[in-house]
Design a binder for this molecule. Structure first.
Ligand SMILES: *[C@@H]1O[C@H](CO)[C@@H](O)[C@H](O)[C@H]1NC(C)=O
Ligand SMILES: *[C@@H]1O[C@H](CO)[C@@H](O)[C@H](O)[C@H]1NC(C)=O
Ligand SMILES: *[C@@H]1O[C@H](CO)[C@@H](O)[C@H](O)[C@H]1NC(C)=O
Ligand SMILES: [Cu+2]
Length: 255
């Protein structure tokens, strides 16, 4: 029973896998900003070399980065596919610490596919202090500032969402940061095939500060292919046992 439920869920996930998504719109002060204005643009997937599933490869910007963690994926898993190439043309959004910040999805504008996030998994938000956003490779320290996980033992709070909102911690030290949204699609018994939907915005935090963000980690070094948050452990599956789900990475810093 457990196994067949999982297989049906997996089949459903894979069947719709051709319509993926990305998050090119930052939402600040209640306003959805233009595509890739404050979010680093990404390159489309080219071919089976960076998308090892030709049947589902739409070869667009919406194609995920696979969690293989080999060297060719290192920078892509931080901010999206080749996103560092867009760093110098990405603008920086002023965000008041303590305010709500969000990202909005882009997916196929097609009645059958434009239905939001469909892969089961969490959403996490990260900050990395940056001296120079126009050259930052995302290789500095990252602090997790938001998490949206399962909202029952069988469902995810991200399901069908088209916008995701988080609170920018009130005591975040002022300054410029990479703000990274990450949606890993965990996988069962197929190490290295988790799918990663990540995009990064350039932000300048305004406020009185005073906090000490942490713990901080390097990405993707903080993860490994057998992390139970991306390669489910026994008893946890796409849509069952989620009360035991442990997200990848450190605790959330909330200021
Ligand atoms: C895709 O191909 C172009 C042109 O050959 C190349 O510049 C780019 O780096 C490739 N993208 C990826 C993600 O491999
Ligand atoms: C958001 O509001 C703050 C406070 O009014 C303002 O300083 C900031 O420029 C606004 N950010 C954007 C991107 O409009
Ligand atoms: C969980 O979140 C989803 C998506 O927002 C929502 O449809 C569902 O009602 C929520 N379930 C529970 C138990 O809160
Ligand atoms: Cu997929």
């Amino acid at each position: 029973m457990r196994a067949s439920t999982s297989l049906i869920a997996l089949a459903a996930s894979l069947q719709t896998a051709s319509a993926h998504y990305y998050f090119p719109h930052l939402i600040v002060n209640g306003t959805k900003t233009p595509e890739f204005k404050y979010v680093r643009d990404v390159l489309p997937a080219n071919s089976t070399s960076d998308y090892p599933d030709p049947v589902n490869a739409y070869n667009g910007k919406e194609a995920p980065v696979y969690g293989a963690f080999d060297t060719s994926y290192v920078t892509d898993i931080r901010c999206g596919r080749s996103a560092h190439l867009a760093a110098s043309k990405t603008l920086t959004a002023d965000i008041l610490a303590g305010s709500e910040v969000g990202f909005a999805i882009k997916t196929y504008i097609d009645d059958s596919y434009n239905f939001g996030i469909f892969h089961p998994g969490p959403a996490q938000l990260w900050l990395s202090k940056s001296e120079d956003l126009s050259t930052d490779l995302g290789d500095g320290e990252w602090v997790k500032i938001g998490y949206q996980g399962p909202n029952s033992s069988t469902t995810w709070s991200t399901d069908r969402a088209t916008e995701l909102f988080f609170d920018m911690p009130e005591s975040t030290p002022p300054g410029t940061y990479l703000l990274r949204l990450e949606l890993p699609f965990p996988i069962k018994d197929w190490p290295g095939h988790s799918q990663w939907y990540t995009n990064c915005a350039h932000v300048n935090i305004i406020g009185s500060g005073g906090g000490s963000p942490g713990p901080s980690v390097k990405l993707p070094e903080a993860y490994n292919v057998l992390d139970p948050g991306i390669n489910y452990e026994d008893g946890v599956d796409y849509n069952e046992g989620l009360e035991n789900y442990k997200p990848p990475g450190p605790e959330v810093w909330s200021g």
